[in-house]
Design a protein around this ligand. Sequence first.
Ligand code: MRU
Length: 354
Amino acid sequence: MLTPVEFRDAHVRILDQRRLPQEEVWLKIGSVEELSRAIETLSVRGAPAIGIAAAYGCALAARQAGAVGPARALAAVRAAAERLARTRPTAVNLFWALERMRKRAEQIAAAGGDLAMDLLREAEQIHAEDRAACEEIGRRGAELLPQEGGVLTHCNAGALATGGFGTALGVIRAAVAAGKRIHVYADETRPLLQGARLTAWELLQDGIPVTLICDNMAAHLMRLGRIQACVVGADRIARNGDTANKIGTYGVAVLARHHNIPILVAAPWSTVDMALPDGSRIPIEERDGQEVRSFQGSMCAPPAVPVVNPAFDVTPASLIQAIVTERGVARAPDLAGDLQRLSAKNLDNPGGIS
Ligand code: MRU
């Protein structure tokens, strides 16, 4: 199964998503600084994939500092986590993974364990759990898609954005595998074209029918009756169900509501931030204006024109029909109540909301 990140030969290896679909180039990353730059420049991107890459970065730091003794190795892991935490502010999976790695490092150090080896195991575990979560999300979400019809997705919430399989694309993959006749409409997703470059590439590889549209075509297609459902990923979900995802998702949700089309959010539980009461507190990353003034490296606007470039927006819970996680599905009209119940779910004895 396609995975965008792995740890091999003492390096973090990343499929460079800036160069897709033109070429498939794997970056061999040997330092936390290099990895941080790879996250900042979107060589690796997508909320769960960023978390996984950062976890491998902590393991890399422990390995490199291992020779100088356990205390220095633990300090190196803490420093790595601090640097990685400064890369991108919106996706909570990054902070979730770093916190898990930091705590595990402290446990290992206190027990006199092998920090380098055990932290690598922990990062691999985070990776494996995310892949399994995506498959479960796919299974649960597929049931919510119609037997046939058009499904709109925005950005890329596929294998490239996760440990493998994908969240929104995982739902689509599972629905197609279950025999549903789904035709995907992929928003191109300006400014960085994750939909055009990555979602279209992934779905073509799988042989899933996909049509690429410019972002401003969605309303027209909805009015023509060609879209029966929307499914998107998430970067952070507040406890009331407000959801941050790629800029433009909010617009899609408003259009979907106007046309009476359901919108599903698919995300692993590591994307849910129960500490935040609502979406107003989600930090929105603001990126370099050159991304808007240019298109695939060529200038398409006067260099001096002011721009805003928020990388994400927040879709209010009131516009979302369901949030599909591996723990279960939170459904309107009580997304907040369902998220609360899922949060309290005993994972060793799962049951309750499905
Ligand atoms: O800026 P990006 O490409 O990292 O943004 C990615 C998204 O917004 C995805 O939809 C989200 O991270 C979910 S990925 C499973």
